[in-house]
Design a protein around this ligand. Structure first.
Ligand SMILES: [Zn+2]
Length: 898
């Protein structure tokens, strides 16, 4: 029987499970109907048949919450099975994609899973990663910091791994034992009911695995696959199979028990990310389909991680920490991180739901941000605009403020708009005033005008209503009281005259450079002198030029491209065919590439001195679609592409926005960005580190190793830094052989702006012959309609994290009427020596997570702060006071004692 292992018998661990994509080719609610049926059956089966000993509920708690929403009465049954160790849950809340979401989203997912799992007696102590499309370099460190010493992986494992396990090491040196599922998480799915047939199946599998299995080593059979229901005969057939023969010892078990019995000896070590297509598909094209989803993800995550959380943690009273709102927002973001959700390899209805969840999360983030900024304004001692820096780096930046329009604005300012004042008195009849005031809701007139004071007086000649109007809202203005009082008096004297006295000084919206604001700090509005004024020279020698003394951008009016400091060719738009699917790019056999505009017009924008810009308006004839039988692009669609180029005073960053109405199907649009010097490697942001990659990717016949790689907010190569919002796919191209004796080098970075396809999955593609999902025709991924993308370029040595803050997380402005006790300038938190990933309140304390992306040990300075470094379960690791050491590529979470 299964309890003893006699000599020579190969141990076969059977782990019954299901892999539950919460939404994919069907919407969530459609799959949920099936999920409820599955868990209903599972409960009955496990309660009535103790030989069905264990079931793995896919390593994610979301399936339990989804089930209990429909069957709350069964929570006790689930808990009882979990508590007895028969039903395994977690550790994740959802099985996320690792490359297309932020590092914080990955950690919050794990923490949410562990927290929710505690209601079911705790989670599985295995970092289960069965279906993710490759794995980030820092995953071993994340798992290690959550106390998980084991992981189970399938996709992305490279050819260097030739056994069913390896030691997987993160850039900081922490590592986990990784079980490699040679034939995937469904290698033991759909087992036969007959014991003899089961033995034949086992023999075939053993042969398939043979080269990976140590002699007499155990075999892991994952009995389940995508949305498969449990097989009720499993307990019987396993016991019959054991009685039948002496070669194998089968046992229905758990992953954790199986892994506890494995050995670490002789394992090969793999350091860094797992992105090889050598053994299974990594589906690298998911980084560039549905760019709208990737942009919304970036905005939602940023609104929570970099604005709402730090500003609420630092500027609103502790007791007002908006935990329930943040929990709702994070649940939406975490659910969207599911690999088929963020990857958008899904039905159009699914993608619509994903976009809606991101929008709701962002709305919460934006609302909480506004509340925190209002709190700063109310707390200021002095009146006037206050500028808040939501990030760790002290920095300057552009701000827009509304100020009284007095005299000339001066040489360091740009007037964006001006509103003439409305001082004066108008005399009206009661009915007109009643109608006018009826339209006024509270004190807001429009975005730039608020009633800041009002009063009512009466004499025998009539009523005087006085309203003072200013550019910022003010608390406690008695607009509604005055309205009610006025209506009462008008009822008593219906024919009286009403004199409306409006006191509104002229105001202007000014753009200026703010003096540096401390990290996580504030400063009253204080415009800085411009040391590098920017201007637009429309008649520059080589073409219209934006110049600020730090960088010069010159547009070539014939090609529509631009040069940076004399290096030409930036912004070349290259459109080629894509007869692939949501998972993979695939060029048609007879591709045609469009990279030459039919017309170029340069339209001047702002002229400086604070901000200057221009629009490069190009027209193209893009083919309409790919003709599947001719394997060629066919037809023609005119398109106008507007590329806005912006340069600011005092900074070398060139900001680009490209927008157009996509008229074409089955194509890929990339912008080509020349590298100042040829490069053999790129450095791209991924979760909690920067990953260096070469010019090639490992693949196989089943999936070509296309070196299109994901980056989070930035990628660097050859002296160029590209910061982007949700444009996650890049490729180094234009490779020359050995320019300087150090091997091949690329001369161009291609950034994918759009990848438009019409199939969820497809058969017979040139770069991936077999389908990766159902071959459903979809309209959404064609992305017909408006496309609006943003990125920024810097040439030369820069700190990419600082550029990211400047481009993506601008300084925030709030208004103040004074009367509080906050001085003109200061900081709530200083963090130096590492990058900050998160600032929030957790378990009542201020919690700061940092990481060290450098190759050297760093000292993280938290002046005036003390507390404990904690692991990802909040367990204390070591105390700190004022500072602590952080190893190269380490992640640390500091819980600060208030
Ligand atoms: Zn899946």
């Amino acid at each position: 029987m299964s309890d003893g292992i006699s000599a020579g018998r190969r141990r076969v661990a059977v782990v019954p499970h299901t892999h539950w994509d919460r939404e994919w080719y069907d919407p969530y609610q459609t799959f949920r109907l099936k999920l409820v049926r599955l868990i209903d059956e599972l409960l009955d089966l496990m309660e009535s048949d103790t030989s069905y000993r264990h079931f793995l509920l896919d390593g994610q708690l979301a399936v339990i919450d989804d089930y209990l929403e429909i069957r709350p009465e069964n929570e006790g049954r689930l808990r009882a099975l979990a508590a007895s160790g028969r039903l395994t849950v977690g550790p994740w809340y959802i099985l996320m994609d690792e490359f297309l979401v932020s590092g914080e989203t990955i950690i919050r997912n794990l923490q949410k899973g562990i927290l929710r799992g505690s209601a079911f007696g705790g989670v599985m102590e295995v970092g289960y990663l069965p279906d993710m499309f490759g794995h980030v370099a820092q995953m071993p460190q994340i798992l290690d910091q959550a106390g998980l010493g084991h992981t189970v992986v399938w996709r992305g494992v490279p050819s260097a791994v030739e056994q069913t396990a390896f030691r997987w090491t993160a850039p900081d040196g922490s590592s986990v034992r990784a079980e490699y599922l040679v034939a995937g998480y469904g290698n033991g799915a759909a087992l036969p009911q007959d014991a003899k047939q089961l033995m034949r199946r086992l023999g075939a599998l053993e042969e398939e695995f043979a080269s990976f299995l140590p002699e007499d080593g155990p075999m892991l059979l994952m009995n389940g696959s995508d949305h498969l229901r449990p097989q009720p005969w499993l307990g019987r057939v396993v016991s019959e199979a054991n009685a039948l023969q002496d070669d194998y010892d089968l046992a229905i078990t758990t992953l954790a028990d199986y892994l506890a019995g494995t050995s670490d000896e002789g394992l090969v070590e793999w350091r860094g990310e797992l992105r090889s297509g050598y053994r299974s598909n990594v589906l690298m094209g998911v980084g560039s389909n549905r760019v709208d989803v990737k942009q919304e993800a970036a905005r939602a995550e940023r609104s929570l991680e970099q604005l709402a959380e730090p500003l609420s943690a630092l500027f609103v009273p502790t007791e007002d920490w908006p935990a329930p709102f943040l929990d709702v927002a994070w649940t939406l973001v975490v659910r969207n991180s599911a690999h088929d959700s963020i990857c958008a390899c899904s039905a159009d209805d699914v993608v619509a739901a994903v976009l809606h969840r991101y929008a709701e999360a962002r709305h919460i983030g934006e609302g909480l941000t506004e509340q925190a900024l209002d709190a700063v304004g109310r707390s200021m001692a002095a009146a006037g605009p206050v500028v808040v820096n939501p990030t760790a780096h002290q920095r300057s930046g552009l701000v827009e403020v509304i100020v009284p329009a007095v005299g000339d604005a001066g040489p360091d300012f740009q007037v964006l708009s001006e509103r003439s004042g409305m001082p004066g008195k108008i005399t009206l009849d009661g009915e007109t005033v009643r109608n006018m005031l009826g339209l006024l809701q509270g004190a807001r007139i429009d975005d730039q005008a608020y009633v800041t004071d009002c009063s009512l007086a009466e004499d025998e000649t009539g009523l005087d209503v006085t309203m003072v109007i200013g550019p910022e809202p003010r608390d406690g203005v008695p607009v509604e009281e005055i309205k009610r009082e006025l209506y009462t008096r008008l009822t008593a004297r219906p024919d009286t005259e009403v004199r409306l006295i409006i006191d509104q000084p002229p105001v202007r919206r000014l753009l200026s450079l703010q003096e540096p604001v401390p990290g996580f700090g504030w400063s009253s509005y204080s415009p800085a002198p411009l040391t590098h004024r920017v201007r637009l020279d429309q008649d520059g020698p080589g073409g219209p030029t934006l110049i600020n003394g730090l960088v010069a951008v010159t547009v070539d009016p014939t090609t529509g491209t631009f040069s940076l400091d004399g290096v030409p060719g930036y912004g070349r738009l290259v459109d080629d065919g894509d007869h692939g699917d949501t998972y993979n790019y695939s060029p048609p056999a007879h591709d045609s590439v469009v990279d030459t505009p039919t017309s170029v017009t340069v339209v001047p924008g702002e002229l400086g001195p604070v901000r200057a810009g221009l629009d490069i308006v190009t027209t193209y004839d893009w083919p309409a679609e790919v003709d599947g039988s001719a394997h060629a692009r066919t037809g023609s669609r005119p398109v106008t592409v507007t590329t806005s180029v912006e340069l600011r005073a005092n900074e070398p960053i060139v900001r680009i926005r490209t927008r157009f109405d996509n008229p074409s199907r089955d194509h890929r649009l990339r912008v080509h960005l020349p590298l100042p010097r040829p490069a053999g490697t790129s450095r791209a942001e991924c979760a909690f580190t920067v990953v260096e990659r070469g010019l090639t990717a490992e693949g196989r016949a089943g999936e070509f190793g296309l070196p299109t790689f994901p980056s989070r907010r930035f990628v660097q190569a050859g002296g160029l830094t590209v910061v982007h919002e949700g444009l996650l796919e890049y490729e180094l191209i234009d490779v020359i052989e050995d320019p300087d004796g150090s091997g091949p080098a690329a001369r161009t970075l291609a950034l994918t702006l759009l990848r438009a396809t019409g199939m969820l999955s497809r058969l017979g593609m040139s770069l991936r012959p077999l389908p990766a999902g159902p071959m459903d025709v979809l309209e959404g991924p064609q992305m017909i309609g408006p496309v609006d993308v943003h990125y920024a370029l810097v040439v030369g040595a820069v700190d990419p994290y600082e550029v990211v803050d400047d481009v993506l997380v601008p300084l925030q402005v709030s208004g103040s009427f004074g009367g509080g006790d906050r001085p003109a300038r200061g900081t709530e938190l200083t963090v130096e020596g590492a990058e900050v990933s998160s600032v929030r309140r957790s378990s009542g304390a201020l919690e700061v997570r940092v990481f060290n992306p450098s190759d050297q040990v760093t000292t993280v300075e938290l002046p005036g702060r003390a507390g404990w470094l904690v692991d990802l379960r909040g367990r204390p690791v070591s105390p700190f006071e004022g500072s602590f050491e952080l190893r190269s590529h380490g992640i640390a979470t500091a819980r600060i004692a208030d």
